[in-house]
Ligand binder design. Structure first.
Ligand SMILES: [Zn+2]
Length: 148
């Protein structure tokens, strides 16, 4: 719990100003593009298949770093309908992130707020299932985004 608190405060206090600064300097997309892994590394991952357009999905939004798709019962049968925010880089789960992923993680948690504003939702929930015991079904980091 202490590690998680440190990680969250680290992102909030040190990464966010850097993210904004990097965007102004035009280096943000270059930094994240350099972190993207090659497309052949995770051929069995259902999210990588969607990202590589080998499998179909209802794409709600995407940019260079992430994709937002409509959840369906085939992908995550135990979850409610909603959106899934998925980094294009294959990261198994939150426990596998490194300091090189800080900008990407900030983007993943920024996008729900961006989308909620765009579509006029003041009430929404985001959550991450980290590890099988916590309900992680697909071992590629994803954020559930549900609006109310
Ligand atoms: Zn993957």
């Amino acid at each position: 719990m202490k590690i998680l608190s440190l990680l969250i405060s680290g992102i909030a206090l040190t990464t966010m100003p850097f993210v904004l600064q990097a965007r102004i300097q035009g280096t943000y997309r270059t930094l994240l593009a350099n972190q993207t892994q090659t497309s052949n590394q995770h051929q069995k991952c259902p999210f990588c298949k969607i990202i590589q357009k080998a499998d179909p999905a209802e794409i709600f939004y995407q940019n260079e770093e992430l994709i937002v798709i409509q959840n369906n019962q085939e992908l995550l049968p135990n979850e409610k309908q909603g959106l899934l925010i998925i980094p294009k880089k294959h990261i198994p789960n939150l426990a596998a992130i490194t300091s090189n992923d800080k900008l990407l993680i900030a983007e993943l948690f920024y996008i729900p707020t961006f989308l909620a504003r765009q579509y006029g939702y003041d009430n929404f929930k985001i959550h991450v299932n980290n590890g099988s015991l916590a309900g992680e079904v697909v071992h590629h980091l994803y954020i559930h985004f549900t609006v109310f």
